[in-house]
Every structure is written in structure tokens, then in C-alpha cells.
Design a protein around this ligand. Structure first.
Ligand code: CTP
Length: 408
């Protein structure tokens, strides 16, 4: 995801510096060119050799090192960088950056960087909460630095409180969000449903389906990386929740309907990827239903078809995409659903096709719009999400560009 990108990791003197070896390694695995700059103090906690081995690049510490590749190395690096992350950022480096002090390789480079800059503070709680540090932090934000908030936890000094460097995965997620993709969905509000609904029978049992939420989450992640403002109405799923999206957890189809309705008006694009139950038990038993020797039947009632409701109430400027899972007559049934529910697009898949459907990391999709039908080969759900979003972007932009002839 970071092929062709260059990231500078600035490491300062904090015990959390050890975590950055993992961050460097994770970035390398994403095909990123990683350049590490350490402050002198950082070398007390981790050695440059660790970073050099992991990144394949010389680790920079001294501004006046004459073994550099370029003549004015800090400027050359700053020009090449797609992003600078300073983590862990000590109170000292935050103070220096906030006041334009550039007295070592890291701070001179930071001052010369025009690319996005992320700072992740890590220090003792009393230092972190000191109003001077907090003021400096706010100053950096005012200058356009993104701050990754320090977490609460048990700190190396023995204290418990704010000041902990977040997990490596979250630091990498911040980098990905900033530079992994072009922001072609910036300014769009996207509402996505994901996972299975659960229709309770009694306090112990419920009716559900095999949906794992992977496709919905892949869409949410891709939208977020492409700059959209994303809300996910999440039914039951064990899949890893995407970072930087708003999550509204729900249980039943009725709860999902209410959550979707509450965000519908403000959404530009709605993608219904959840597997919503079509029926729910007519009665919920407050007490556990006891077994008997007789056979038993559970009366079921229809749930609200959420997508149908959205299709009936959508504005002209809103884009509505549904999913259709079939086991036979996929295209015919999906097109019927698209027309009946007044959708702009429907993504069809056949549960019987190898590599499609529930639980897999792949999908085999056909995208249907009013005029088109595009079948895709098997691909990862992440890649499928991007194909769907490319199509939504093209179609919704077309829709926005329809000329209005006044007086006709
Ligand atoms: N859907 C919905 N509300 C429901 C049922 C389905 O919003 N109560 C949405 C799903 O999220 C999906 C689309 O409708 O985007 C199609 O769902 P699917 O189960 O394939 O089709 P149904 O319309 O339920 O028809 P059938 O089950 O008869 O195939």
C-alpha cells in the first residue's frame, strides 16, 4: 500500500523508541522506503544498527555527518519525503518544533518538510500534562501537524496515566490514512452497513445468518483511505473494525433500520452491505423457552426492508448502492431488486461461486447499474471494495453533473 512512498521516522529519546523498530518493519512490508532520523538521546534507547538493518537505509543522527548521500542532506530528505512521523516525540522535541528551533538533524529536517507531519508524544504523565507541553502541542496543531494522542497506561517510570505511545499498528494506520491513497472521496459522507442482524427469540437464542461483515468493513476502510467521512452501522461481526470510522453497533434489523434512518439525511452515499434478516420472531420471550417433547414452530414476522425504505425516500443527490446475494438467476434477480428498491447500483454475487460469499477474504462480484453490467474476476475483498467505489464515484459524479434546463 505504500509502494513508491518515502516516510521519515523521527525517533527521539523516550523508552518507547523500541516500538519504532516494529513500525519501521511494518512500513517496509508495505513496500515503503523508510528513512530513520534519530536524536542523540534516542540512541541511548535503541541503536541505529537496528533501524539500518530493518530499513536498508543509513540511519541519520548528525547534521554534519560527511558520509551523506546528498550535499545538504536534511533539505534533500525533506524534499523527497511523502510524510514525516516523529514518534515517540519527547517534550523537548515538541517544544523545539513549536518554536521553530532547529538544532539537530531531526528538527532541521522537520522544519524543511512541506509534506504531512505527524507527531506522537510519549513521556511521563506529569510532563505530558504540564501546561507548557500542552500549549506546545496545540501550537503544533495550529501549524498543521497531526497529533496522535498519547494513551493512558502503565508507564516505564512506574506511574500510571497519560503519556504512553500508542501501539505500532495505530501509528502505521495514521500513516496509511495520510498518504496511502488519493483523496478522491474527500468531502463525501458515506454510510455503510456491515455484518449480520440478530433477531432474538428469548434471552438465550436468536436467528442470524453467516455474514462476517468483511465486505462492509473493506468498503469502510477503502472509503476512509480515500478521504471520505465514514459511518458504519455494524451488526454482528467478528472481523477487525476499521480505524478512523464512526461505528454504530446494532443487534436486530429494527435497530439497524433506526440507526440507518438517523444518519440517512446527512449521507451522500449509502452502501447496504449488511445481511439483514427478512423475518424476526413475532414474539420475544422474556424468559428462556423450555423444551418439550413436541415439535415446535416459531411464528415469524417480516422485518422492514431498509433498502426499500431508503430507495423510496432518497433525494436526487444521494447515491444508493445495495448488495444482492443469490444462489441462482443472479443477474436477473439482482436487476429486479435494483429496480424494485430504486437503487443507483447493486453489487451481485453468487454464493455458489468459488471464492465468493460469506467469510472468505475474496469475492467475485458483478456491478449492475441502470445502463451497465460489469463482471469481475475473483479478487480480494479490499480490491473488490475499490472497484465498487470507483464505479460509485464515476456514477455519482455523472449524476451531479446532469444539467438542469430551467423552464422545461
Ligand atoms: N436488505 C435490507 N433490508 C432487509 C433485507 C435486505 O436493507 N430487510 C438489503 C440488503 O442489505 C442488501 C439488499 O437489501 O443490500 C438485498 O438483500 P438480499 O437479501 O440479497 O435480497 P432481499 O431483498 O432480501 O430478497 P431475497 O432475500 O428474496 O433474495
Amino acid at each position: 500500500m505504500l509502494k513508491g512512498k518515502m516516510v521519515i521516522l523521527g525517533v527521539t529519546g523516550s523508552i518507547a523508541a523500541y516500538k519504532m523498530a516494529n513500525v519501521a518493519s511494518m512500513l517496509k512490508k508495505l513496500h515503503c522506503d523508510v528513512q530513520v532520523i534519530m536524536t542523540r538521546n534516542a540512541t541511548n534507547f535503541i541503536t541505529p544498527v537496528t533501524f539500518e538493518t530493518l530499513t536498508g537505509n543509513k540511519c541519520l543522527i548528525d547534521t554534519f555527518d560527511r558520509n551523506f548521500q546528498y550535499n545538504v542532506e536534511h533539505v534533500a530528505l525533506a524534499k523527497r519525503a511523502d510524510l514525516l512521523m516523529i514518534a515517540p516525540a519527547s517534550a523537548n522535541v515538541i517544544g523545539k518544533l513549536a518554536h521553530g528551533i532547529a538544532d539537530d538533524m531531526l528538527t532541521t529536517t522537520a522544519l524543511a518538510c512541506r509534506c504531512p507531519k505527524i507527531v506522537a508524544p510519549a513521556m511521563n504523565t506529569s510532563m505530558y500534562e504540564n501546561p507548557i507541553v500542552q500549549d506546545n502541542r496545540k501550537t503544533l496543531q495550529r501549524y498543521g501537524f497531526e497529533i496522535v494522542e498519547a494513551e493512558n497506561g502503565h508507564l516505564a517510570c512506574g506511574d500510571s496515566g497519560a503519556g504512553k505511545l500508542p501501539e505500532e499498528k495505530l501509528l502505521v494506520a495514521h500513516i496509511l490514512r495520510a498518504i496511502a491513497r488519493d483523496k478522491d472521496l474527500a468531502g463525501r459522507k458515506v454510510l455503510i452497513t456491515a455484518g449480520a442482524t440478530m433477531e432474538p427469540i428469548d434471552p438465550v437464542r436468536y436467528i442470524t445468518n453467516h455474514s462476517t461483515g468483511k465486505m462492509g468493513f473493506a468498503l469502510a476502510r477503502a472509503c476512509m483511505l480515500r478521504g471520505a467521512d465514514v459511518t458504519v452501522v455494524k451488526g454482528h461481526t467478528e472481523a477487525e473494525v476499521p480505524d478512523f470510522v464512526e461505528i454504530l453497533p446494532v443487534g436486530s434489523a429494527t435497530e439497524m433500520f433506526e440507526a440507518v434512518k438517523s444518519r440517512f439525511a446527512e449521507s451522500d452515499i449509502v452502501i447496504m452491505a449488511a445481511a439483514v434478516a427478512d423475518y424476526r420472531p413475532s414474539q420475544f420471550s422474556e424468559e428462556k423457552v423450555k423444551k418439550s417433547e413436541e415439535a415446535m414452530a416459531i411464528p415469524l414476522s417480516r422485518t422492514q426492508d431498509i433498502l426499500q425504505y431508503l430507495g423510496e425516500h432518497k433525494r436526487e443527490d444521494q447515491f444508493l448502492c445495495g448488495f444482492s446475494m443469490e444462489t441462482q438467476h443472479m443477474l436477473e434477480n439482482s436487476r429486479k431488486k435494483m429496480v424494485k428498491k430504486n437503487l443507483d447500483m447493486i453489487v451481485a454475487n453468487n454464493l455458489k461461486t468459488k471464492g465468493a460469499g460469506f467469510g472468505t477474504d475474496t469475492n467475485v462480484i458483478t456491478i449492475l447499474t441502470k445502463e451497465k453490467e460489469q463482471a469481475f474476476d475473483i479478487m480480494s475483498k479490499d480490491a473488490a471494495a475499490d472497484c465498487i467505489l470507483d464505479e460509485i464515484l464515476a456514477e455519482s459524479t455523472k449524476k451531479r453533473e446532469v444539467p438542469v434546463y430551467e423552464g422545461i
